[in-house]
Design a protein around this ligand. Structure first.
Ligand SMILES: O=C(O)CCC(=O)C(=O)O
Ligand SMILES: [Fe+2]
Length: 871
């Protein structure tokens, strides 16, 4: 049985749903029950609680280990969720509520609750106060009911509009969600307009998209099936449309606005899904990131080295080589996890995350935050001790963690995590045995738990980071961790002066005085003094820094501040937090949001020798792109010294590549006094700087802004797609061009152009990724190249990418490459890499393919003799 939570059906169950789907769900190594029992018996376990699950988990890991070593299964392949009941069920828990919320609206309409004087109250129960219902359609401009409806009152008005036509055969064909708070509904009805008595002789299908927020409906958009026909039922007789206008039953322009990208496929596919594999893929939150995406796993991957083509932008110095061809086939022979094992595994994973006051979960949070630069883990440094996250501060990282540690998500992860754990555990055991150590049962369990914990944390981080980078790659605005200016309301986006921003973009640094009010400067100064007085600042202990810097520092994040005692820092932080948003807005610098501040205190005679805050080479690249420094040193004069000495901006790899002269010796550009209220921005990687010995104690508040490479990073003429061609990503490495042929299935009816390629490619010898050229620059799991065209159906596609190898390969043969989780992902327009054409954005616009099909004269749908025109 499929779950009704996921698919809510109308009275008449569609035929496809009647068929019980068959196919395995989570696939993994062959778990042999007897071996589990034997091992369970062998293991002596302590506490009662969690005992059974620990035995089972240990057993699963051990057995998977045996299986992996014996059967040499390629464990690096992801588990394929084909689909069966459990494949679908596994996501229902997580998303059930969204469906239920949208469903409630229908229940209310059905029960007549949205009529009469109590309508508004009822509407408030199901929708947020700012709800918008959009029933507009370009195809029916004259129909007054097709408009925007605002707020609960609007819902009642919409309900009134609904009562102007009868729809006795109304059928809710299905509901499905995208795993991100959007629900799509397909409905079917044969409307009869009461006023005109007109009806259609066949049912009309509409698609309705709902967005859910705060447990209520926040937005609704109707995509009308045959809108012109629908409008005619009302309008025959008005607007110059003859009363006897024949209703053309043959017209089939279904949901014209809905026909963009994935939405339509999603809907069609669901309705027609006779193979439930499709349904599971659609339902799984991890595989459906957003409407608009078409994800196509690749198989039968073959590759060969090809000559890099300088004309295409590939590096000229790349090596010409005879092609070598190898074929990799997908592994097979994995068996299904049974439901109970999966349940148990999920319980264990939950237990591991929560044991000892959520240590693993806290660890995960810390690593997520420090890895992304969003915020340091709730710092104890200069503020309050750790405490539960208050409601108001449940930020994106917090939400991600909650989402990815829910049972339903853990269920999706159970397979890969356990497989990975089993491999690691196998290695540990093998090493131990080679060294003559035999593990007793207790230690074995301890180790397994630790390994599973580590694998789980890493897996979650990987999933989150991949999703985040994919979001970057697709130009999506919900990238979350990027400081996306759209919709940013937490601060002003015009705090930076033109001079300061210009300086940053040209000379590599900019200065702005009076960044905050004098009152704030005064407070910040006092608060920093207090932090120092309380002994919260400490010298940097790193060995390599001895004699290099003598300042004292501490880190504090926004939440770490004491709101009562540190109002100045609070205000300053708020303003500085907006800087990446503003720079992204004005200069597209692709900076991430950060609220992790560095407080630096230079006591008398302290200094910090010349350095850069980041770099381009792998070992220097800490992701930092811009340094934002604020000084609060009252009445500073030149004679106090302690200047920030800025050296001339060094040419970066792109400028060098364009022929810039490499820097010989750094020249001093400017000595900046650390005056109260002064903000200095500079390019962390390009601008060497130092703090000259100070004669007076001086404070600085620093925010480092990290981020993936972006267009604003680079001098004129470069844009992100340049990375595809290996110029930037292979800096310091040897670029080699690889041509790949793989099989993909494009489920759409049209050719998909410029699909992104995602996945991981390893050099087997080095065990390292060769994809330094991940487009997001942040991971080796990002989009790394484009496929020009994927025709509908199953076909071989060919694409090229630049592998970045250590220089030691020096023209030698290409090492063996291993491809993991390769998939093509088409998203509308592949926005960042290829501009959207007008027709991509609006397929029904004049001159576009859809418009041709839709109607010949969109202006008024009438021919010269007043008859409606249909294509
Ligand atoms: O305090 C300053 O002016 C700059 C300090 C600095 O360069 C650093 O912390 O990296
Ligand atoms: Fe610095």
């Amino acid at each position: 049985m499929l779950s009704d939570d996921l698919l809510t059906v109308a009275p008449e169950t569609p035929a496809w749903r009647k068929e019980a789907p068959v196919a395995p769900a989570q696939m993994t190594s062959n778990a042999d029950l007897k071996a589990i029992q034997n091992l369970a018996q062998k293991l002596q376990l302590q506490e009662a609680s969690g005992l059974v699950v620990v035995i089972i988990i240990t057993t699963i890991v051990c057995i998977m280990f045996v299986c992996i070593t014996e059967a040499a299964i390629n464990i690096t392949q992801t588990i394929n969720v084909t689909c069966n009941n459990s494949g679908i069920l596994s996501v229902t828990g997580m998303m059930m509520s969204i469906i239920i919320i949208a469903r409630k609206l229908y229940d209310y309409v059905g029960a007549g609750k949205l009529q009469g004087p109590s309508c508004i109250e009822a509407a408030k129960e199901i929708a947020i106060d700012d709800v918008v219902f959009d029933t507009t359609s370009d195809a029916m401009p004259h129909l007054s009911g097709a408009r925007f409806y605002y707020g609960p009152k609007g819902i009642c008005e919409f309900s009134e509009f609904l009562s102007t036509f009868r729809q006795p055969d109304y059928t809710l064909a299905y509901m499905l969600h995208d795993g991100r708070g959007t629900v799509v509904i397909k409905e079917s009805l044969t409307p009869t307009v009461i006023a005109t008595g007109k009806t259609t002789d066949h049912p009309l299908d509409n698609m309705v998209e709902y967005k859910v927020k705060e447990g209520k409906v926040s937005h609704m958009k109707v995509f009308w099936g045959q809108p012109t026909l629908f409008a005619l039922l009302f309008l025959a007789g008005c607007h110059g449309i003859p009363a006897e206008t024949p209703i053309d039953p043959g017209r089939t322009a279904d949901w014209p606005d809905f026909a963009v990208g994935r939405r339509r496929v999603l809907a069609d596919c669901m309705a027609a899904a006779t193979d439930c594999g499709k349904a599971a893929a659609l339902a799984a939150p991890s595989s459906v990131r957003a409407f608009g995406d078409v994800k196509m796993p690749m198989s039968n991957v073959r590759w060969k080295e090809v000559q890099c083509n300088p004309d295409k932008g590939f590096l000229e110095k790349a090596i010409t080589k005879e092609a070598t061809e190898r074929v990799k086939s997908t592994p097979s022979g994995k068996k299904e996890w049974d439901e109970r094992t999966l349940d148990t595994t999920v319980k264990v994973l939950e237990e591991i995350l929560n044991e000892r006051s959520r240590r693993a979960k806290n660890d995960l949070e810390r690593r997520l935050r420090s890895g992304t630069g969003v915020r340091e883990f709730r710092s104890k440094c200069c503020g309050l001790p750790d405490e539960p996250t208050p409601e108001a501060e449940k930020d994106i990282a917090w939400r991600l963690i909650e989402d990815y540690t829910r049972p339903a998500a853990l269920r999706d992860m159970a397979g890969p995590v356990m497989e990975w754990a089993s491999e690691i555990f196998g290695n540990v055991k093998r090493k131990g045995e080679a060294a003559g150590q035999i593990l007793d049962a207790e230690s074995e369990i301890e180790i397994v738990r630790d390994v599973v914990k580590e694998c789980l944390i890493r897996h979650i981080l990987k999933v989150i980071n991949t999703e985040n980078s994919e979001a970057h790659a697709s130009g999506s605005h919900d990238a979350g961790l990027l400081a996306t200016p759209q919709g940013y309301t937490a601060g002003d986006l015009d705090s930076l002066s033109v001079d300061c921003v210009n300086g940053l973009m040209t000379k590599g640094y900019g200065i702005q005085d009076n960044f905050v009010d004098d009152r704030v400067v005064e407070d910040v100064f006092k608060e920093l003094e207090m932090i120092d007085f309380e002994g919260r600042l400490s010298q940097v202990q790193q060995q390599k820094m001895i004699g290099y810097r003598t300042d004292k520092i501490c880190w504090v994040n926004f939440e770490g501040l004491d709101r009562e005692k540190q109002p100045g820092l609070l205000e300053l932080f708020k303003k500085m937090i907006s800087i990446p948003f503003e720079l992204n807005k004005t200069c597209s610098l692709y900076l991430q949001a950060s609220a992790s501040f560095h407080l630096g205190c230079f006591p008398k005679d302290a200094y910090y020798k010349k350095h850069v805050d980041g770099g381009y080479e792998t070992n220097l690249n800490n992701g930092r792109k811009v340094t934002a420094l604020f000084y609060a040193n009252k009445s500073w004069s030149d004679s106090d010294e302690g200047h920030l000495r800025i050296y001339r901006r060094r040419p970066n790899p792109f400028q060098l590549e364009k022929g810039a002269t490499p820097f010989q010796e750094d020249e001093v550009e400017e000595d900046i006094t650390p005056e109260a209220g002064r903000l200095v921005l500079f390019r962390s990687r390009d601008v060497p700087h130092e703090v000259l010995k100070t004669k007076r104690k001086r404070f600085a508040v620093t925010l480092w802004l990290a981020g993936p490479p972006g267009p604003g990073d680079q001098p004129e003429g470069h844009h992100t797609s340049e990375m595809l061609k290996g110029t930037r990503a292979t800096y310091g490495l040897e670029p080699r061009c690889v041509e790949v042929t793989a099989q993909v299935t494009n489920p759409e009816e049209k050719v998909l152009k410029k699909a992104g390629v995602f996945g991981k490619v390893n050099n087997i010898e080095e065990q390292t990724s060769v994809l330094a050229n991940a487009m997001d620059g942040a991971s080796d799991n990002g989009q790394f190249t484009l496929i020009e065209e994927i025709p509908p159906g199953t076909s071989d596609v060919v694409f090229r990418f630049v592998a970045a190898l250590p220089k030691k390969y020096n023209n030698g043969p290409l090492p063996n490459l291993e491809f993991f989780q390769l998939k093509a992902s088409w998203y509308p327009g592949a926005v960042r890499w290829q501009p959207l054409s007008e027709c991509d954005l609006n397929p029904t616009a004049d001159g576009c393919e859809e418009a041709e099909r839709f109607c010949k004269n969109c202006q008024n749908n009438l021919s010269a003799d007043g008859k409606p025109i249909y294509s």
